[in-house]
Design a binder for this molecule. Sequence first.
Ligand code: DGP
Length: 113
Amino acid sequence: MADCIFCKIVKGEIPSTSVYRDEHAYAFRDIQPAAPTHILIVPQRHIDSVNALSAEDEGTIGHLFMVAKQIAAQEGLSERGYRLVINTNAEAGQTVFHIHLHLLGGRQLTKMG
Ligand code: DGP
């Protein structure tokens, strides 16, 4: 999508701190980190949100979690613990409408809500 900031980040049109890239996914550090490790994992193909998922996206979404597991290990978080979050629409605080998995860790995380 032409005006999507995460599509521009995937294409390198907006700079980002790269953590991981493969054919289907890109991961980069969040510009407003909420924890010592705060990484966003996105599909290279634009999908608005969880609400926009179709059956054909199942493999892509599963892949994001496999990437998250690998990055958590690279960041030394596998044993300490980490949180994976996908916000969807206004009441969850979604601000960028290109689906993304937040990987948060590096400190004791509080209960959600
Ligand atoms: P969400 O609220 O779930 O839609 O999360 C969007 C996240 O994206 C938020 O934590 C801040 C981050 N973000 C927004 N714009 C940029 C950007 O231009 N670069 C980077 N690295 N992160 C961004």
